[in-house]
Design a protein around this ligand. Sequence first.
Ligand SMILES: [Fe+2]
Length: 337
Amino acid sequence: MSNQATEEAALKANKLAEQHGIDLSKLPKSMDMSAESITANVHAINSYCPDERMKFVFKSLVTHLHDFVRETSLTSEEWMTAIQFLTQTGKMCSDIRQEFILLSDALGVSTLVDTINNAKPPTATEATVLGPFYTEDALEVANGDSIASEGKGDYMFVEGRVLDTKGNPIAGAIIDTWETDGDGLYDTQYSNREKPDCRGRLFSGEDGSYSFRAVVPVPYPIPSDGTVGGLLKKLGRHVFRPAHLHIMIEAPGFEKLTTALYMEGDPYLMSDAVFGVRTSLIVKPELVDDKAITKARGFKEDKPHAYLKQDFVLATPEEGAGARKAMRSAASATVTA
Ligand SMILES: [Fe+2]
């Protein structure tokens, strides 16, 4: 390149950089990188980030990522396998399928993030992972109505109250609930899905009460036709989740609660593929073999049904913040002990 061409190229590059608020002359020199120097250089060039939180997160991310590559002596083939895996994972995602959340779940990241961010005071209902099957399009159902169409599984009636930590009822709370049908599938896993099923949205009454008809959830394998299923197979892990009913509750003045109820006696309680089970969320529905009650609760057939009574206790933002502060203190005490 001639001197003039070099100067022109430099002018052009400086002009382009200025448009993004960057002074090329002040950037650290990132040449002749070695396995030892690369990390510090990436930190140096990222240090211009105006967002302090983002700068902090990326410094940690790059540190751990580089250390991971060095510690494992990652091969080029393994790196490419990872790139292809992530590419395929992205391609599996759609409006009703989230393979990345599933990946996060299967690697325990979702539970970790949830634990750090959603710690609740002991008097409030514990949170657990959202999972990949929540959809926005659940239909609104009145209290006592069914979230599942007829024939989707064994009958279950669920009722209880939404309360604050002092036991006062919370009226008008939005309750989203979703579950598998009796075959262990969410509605979104059927290619011929025409409308939401085994999911619904209802509101707590003046006394905080709610009730709905549903089906008894069953254990199910997380989708194994995608990248995550393939990964778990290679890791020698099973893909099952214990039976559960998802619940998400929102009410003004309270922290949103994303949780689930797990059925006692399920064989996968201790080895949930996505690490979501908490002891306080294990419930034991009772069997009701009384035709009059079955009829009164609106079930079509007069066969026995499961009955699940469960209150949910919401924490205020202040109570939640206090619980998270206490958790962080306990964690740092453990680290320094
Ligand atoms: Fe689930």
